[in-house]
Design a binder for this molecule. Structure first.
Ligand code: TPP
Ligand code: MG
Length: 543
């Protein structure tokens, strides 16, 4: 005999989930008791359930496993929604568990009673409530399977406290295999192969689907073998190293203009798990006579935002693998197109160099990012959330590997980067993990520095401090010529905030201090906040 809660924790252990991020209240205590007894699934006590849900989301993006967050009923559940919504935007497999009143007293308006299923319905693939002790294990398994199957995404499981503490005999938990899709249909693959062979200037646009289907190394091979360059979305960053000759870089908002002109001159776009969203399409238009092949695991995404000439429904990795069998390697064929890409990129780097190396006071964010990139190198994990600060990281801080750019993606949510970095550091304590965010964003979840200190998650949090909600302030000035509600009057010394939580804080004001401060940060045996006061007039718009 064991409780449903014991079984759930054993089930998570069986799926090799190492961390559960949560903050308890009365109705989830049976689950906490089960977690206490199991030393292989570690509970991470967060200061705010929103941060817990961000950590679960980042854990899933980093590891490809399911991220689990847990809260009490009512206010805890409401706080937890933000990371779940983030997961929904980015197709991240997350399981949000809420405690609930016992079934016998539901519907009587007890303290904190909330309809959790309605609360989570619009931000999950599916919501579940465990209503019977005897079959709870089946429903829970189904919820988990839903999160990882097909196009992954978040699920919510509501657990009344009388169910979590229900005693019974349940089958041993088993590993739940991912129900995945195969490659697209062979006839369509043949069509795609002939479109690619005929194309003179093809361009692969790689989205988050390349990362989540673990297709990155295959993509790099494919691109090289057939001479097809690659551009990415925010979520596709790391699908191919950004310094690869065949990589144009991220396209869409806030990128160097040459990338957009190159995308416009392609005669064939091969979209791989790429959704042609507004942010990826900003600043450029597909040429009228260019063709589009779109591969996606979700049929509803095909043709959703642009006209598609050939849609392939299937797993991206398996589809690339099958497609490469149908194509002839002709590395010399598109020499002109490929050398133009290289030249344009090198040309842009030269023009960008002057501001990147600037020692002006106040600090130019471009200089900060350049210095930072020398410390992050090829093997770090970078997290980021929203605002101008994230644009800098998303535009000019190079990313080289899949699952090393952990970003709030489609939801573009403030407050994400710090909790996300903590989760990543807990998984990879030996790697450098750096969060890059703005001052406003940092102040949304800076309380999690305490969680970082408690868990020895020695992240480096780089705050690009312009004493404002910079990106929104910019839009206000542009549209109305005035500002309201986008400037802070109080200059909070974030380095002192860090110290109060037991982390190290360094405030940086001069360009020449950036490097020594970073050296110190990466040497320190504690989480570090680098509060970098920057020139607020700089925006991440590039020539
Ligand atoms: C939770 C949340 N609230 C509001 C917004 C809207 N928003 C986007 S960027 C931004 C300002 C961010 O300021 P900061 O973090 O300091 O970055 P900056 O733009 O100044 O570099 C705001 C308010 C958001 N994306 N997420
Ligand atoms: Mg700011």
């Amino acid at each position: 005999m064991e409780t449903v809660a014991d079984w759930i924790v054993e089930f998570l252990e069986k799926q090799r989930i190492e961390f559960v991020f949560g903050h308890p209240g009365g109705p989830v205590l049976p689950i906490y008791e089960a977690l206490r007894k199991n030393s292989n699934v570690k509970h991470v006590l967060v200061r705010h359930e929103g941060a817990g849900s961000f950590m679960a989301e980042a854990y899933a993006k980093l590891t490809g496993k399911v991220g689990v967050c847990i809260s009490t009923m009512g206010p805890g559940a409401a706080n937890m929604t933000i990371g779940v919504a983030t997961a929904m935007s980015d197709s991240t497999p997350v399981m949000a568990i809420t405690g609930q009143l016992p079934l016998s007293v539901q519907g009587r308006g007890y303290q904190q009673e909330t309809d959790h299923l309605s609360l989570f319905r619009g931000i999950t693939k599916k919501t579940f409530q465990l209503k019977e002790g005897q079959n709870a294990f089946r429903v829970f398994t189904d919820a988990y399977r839903t999160a990882i199957s097909g196009r992954p995404g978040p699920v919510h499981v509501d657990i009344p406290s009388d169910i979590s503490s229900f005693n019974g005999d349940y089958p041993e938990p088993e590993v739940v295999p991912k129900v995945s899709f195969g490659a697209a249909h062979p006839d369509l693959l043949k069509g795609a192969a002939s479109m690619i062979s005929e194309s003179e200037r093809p361009l692969i646009v790689a989205g988050g689907g390349v990362i989540s289907s673990d297709a990155s190394s295959l993509l790099a091979e494919f691109s090289k073998k057939f001479g097809i360059p690659v551009a990415t979305s925010y979520n596709g960053r790391g699908a191919i190293p950004e310094d690869d000759d065949l990589c144009i870089g991220r396209i869409g908002e806030y990128v160097p203009a040459f990338r957009l002109r190159l995308a416009e001159s392609a005669d064939l776009l091969i979209a791989l798990g790429f959704r042609f969203t507004d942010v990826s399409m900003e600043g450029w238009k597909k040429a009228n006579d260019s063709k589009v092949i779109q591969v996606d695991i979700d049929p509803s995404e095909i043709g959703r935002n642009v006209h598609v000439d050939l849609g392939l429904v299937g797993d991206v990795r398996k589809t690339i693998s099958e497609l490469s069998k149908l194509l002839l390697a002709e590395p010399g064929k598109r020499r002109e197109w490929l050398s133009k890409i290289k030249e344009d990129r090198e040309g842009w780097l030269k023009t960008y160099a002057s501001v990147r190396d600037s020692s002006a006071q106040p600090i130019k964010p471009q200089r900060l990012i350049k210095e930072l990139s020398e410390f992050t190198g090829r093997d770090s994990i970078i997290t980021s959330g929203a605002g101008r600060a994230k644009m800098w990281a998303a535009s000019v801080l190079p990313i080289y590997k899949p699952r090393s750019w952990i970003h709030s993606g489609g939801y573009a949510v403030m407050g994400y980067e710090l909790p996300a970095a903590i989760a990543c550091k807990m998984v990879h304590p030996q790697k450098r993990v750096v969060s890059v965010g703005g001052d406003a964003s940092f102040q949304m979840h800076c309380q999690e520095l305490a969680t970082a200190v408690e868990n020895h998650a020695n992240i480096v949090s780089v705050v690009i401090n312009d004493l404002s909600l910079g990106s929104i302030r910019n839009s206000q000035v542009r549209r109305y010529g005035n500002v309201l509600g986008t400037e802070f009057n109080l200059d909070v010394d974030l380095s002192k905030v860090a110290e109060a939580f037991g982390a190290k804080g360094i405030r940086v004001r001069r360009a020449e201090d950036i490097k020594p401060s970073l050296e110190e940060a990466f040497r320190t045996d504690k989480p570090v906040v680098l509060d970098v006061v920057v020139d607020p007039s700089e925006t991440p718009t590039f020539q």
